[in-house]
Design a protein around this ligand. Structure first.
Ligand code: DLL
Length: 433
């Protein structure tokens, strides 16, 4: 099932030509209307007419998150405010939030792209779609909302939070498709387990999750817990919100809506393209955005291109699930550690969930790291010896794989999930300089 077969399945040649034309008109728009880019082009002695092939994109400047912060709130807009019909903002957990704007056309296209990823994830007009992403400045709620309406589905804008009410809505409204962060999906599953709700008797069929990093192990637990088919959805406010890329039911990677976004994967150190299939930083250029076009935006998200064509028939390339961020590495006792490495160790240990949090503290002059991990069952809490053995096993494995020691604490299921933020913060660094 496709929402827009013509564009989702167009030949690669046609797609390349379309991308080039759209890139060129985006460059004109930027050099005409955004002083930041005009100045960059001038400083680099760059004539936009010289961009004649898609490879020429490599001569163009990157845009970083700090460029956006420096131009807060409206200086990156390429249209006057009277043409802007909607404003959203990035979550702003690391510094000032970025404000993004949409024209009427942007909002219309956003709905179409959200409808595409919803359809790819198995949602149809016959579905009752419960959107438990936050409605507000966060793009998750509204972004999916208009896409689901455009599809003709019955939309329940339940927004985030209030778990008991969400569960009641799932049961009473006979929700068939659930949309939220993967962390919240797991939290809902656990809340239902505690309430002895028979999830086999629910009408849930599809789950479209995204907005934060998750793993195959988490997918498995969500699917088992909620009895639905879970697909991964990627997007970011700076580029549009949800609808940038999404998995089809083959679940072999997330198709990027390439007729609207040009993707590159670069080495974050050298800024050169990585060989096809290797992990690097995802860089995105918008090809049709009017109010907030972005040129080579460095997302900070690490992924790789999945080579080959997807059996679903879509010709748009796929990226692997996001494997982390360029800025999420931390240093403990001189050793570089990525949260993904911690997660990989935990995923191989039976009895604990892939839900974890790393706490970094300073004890006098010494750094200390603690890995908190949720138990898969309640049994560890009943038997002290078992609990201690399990902690020791995890400690040993972490040390041998990461080369640095952590304390380990096993905590109850769902206890690490932050219901306000609707996300689990993976690394909490309490060390002060
Ligand atoms: O999270 C947009 C969104 C909403 C996407 C709902 C999907 C579903 P921001 O708040 O700007 O926008 O956060 C964007 O979240 O750069 C990634 O680091 C992370 N992220 C988003 N989706 C995924 C995903 C929305 N599927 C930032 N897997 C991005 C891993 C994700 N990380």
């Amino acid at each position: 099932m496709y929402f827009d077969k013509k564009n989702e399945c167009m030949s690669r040649d046609e797609l390349t030509q379309l991308q080039l034309e759209r890139l060129q008109s985006t460059l004109y728009r930027l050099s005409r209307n955004v002083p930041f880019y005009r100045k960059k082009f001038e400083d680099m002695d760059l004539d936009v007419d010289d961009v004649r092939t898609l490879d020429d994109v490599r001569q163009l400047p990157y845009t970083s998150k700090s460029d956006l912060r420096d131009n807060y709130p409206y200086d990156m807009f390429a249209v006057p405010m009277r043409e802007v019909v909607r404003l959203h903002a990035s979550s702003g957990t690391t510094g000032k939030a970025v404000v993004v704007g949409y024209t009427k056309n942007d909002v219309k296209r956003w709905a179409q792209l959200a409808a595409r990823v919803l359809t790819a994830g198995g949602v149809t007009k016959d579905d009752v779609v419960q959107i438990a992403f936050g409605y507000g400045l966060f793009t998750g709620g509204f972004g999916f909302h208009y896409g689901a309406e455009l599809l003709g589905a019955s939309v329940v804008p339940s927004s985030s939070g209030n778990t008991d009410r969400q569960i009641q809505i799932i049961q009473d409204y006979k929700t068939t498709a659930l949309l939220c962060t993967p962390g919240y999906a797991l939290y809902l599953a656990e809340a239902m387990r505690k309430q002895d709700i028979n999830t086999n008797a629910l009408t849930l069929k599809r789950g479209l999750f995204g907005g934060e990093a998750w793993s195959e192990a988490m997918r498995g637990r969500i699917q088992d817990g909620l009895k639905l088919t879970a697909t991964d959805n990627y997007g970011l406010s700076e580029i549009m919100g949800p609808g940038v890329a999404g998995e089809c039911l083959e679940r072999g990677g997330l198709h990027i809506n390439e007729d609207h976004f040009l993707a590159e994967i670069i080495d974050p150190e050298t800024l050169e393209p990585v060989p096809e299939g290797e992990v690097g930083e995802l860089v995105l250029t918008t090809l049709t955005k009017e109010a907030f076009p972005m040129l080579r935006f460095r997302t900070g998200d690490l992924t790789r291109l999945i080579p080959g064509q997807c059996p679903c028939g879509r010709t748009h390339m796929r990226i692997d699930r996001i494997q982390g961020r360029t800025d999420d590495m931390f240093i403990l006792k001189g050793i570089n550690v990525y949260p993904k490495q911690v997660e990989n160790v935990l995923a191989q240990i039976e009895g604990v969930d892939p839900c974890y949090q790393v706490i970094l503290e300073r004890d006098g002059v010494l750094d200390k790291g603690t890995v908190m991990v949720e138990a898969a069952t309640d049994e560890f809490f009943d038997e002290i010896k078992k609990h201690q053995q399990m902690c020791a096993t995890i400690r040993k494995r972490l040390e041998s794989v990461l080369g640095v020691g952590f304390d380990v604490r096993i905590v109850e299921r769902s206890s690490l999930f932050d219901t306000d933020a609707c996300k689990t913060q993976r690394v909490v660094d309490k060390r002060t300089l």
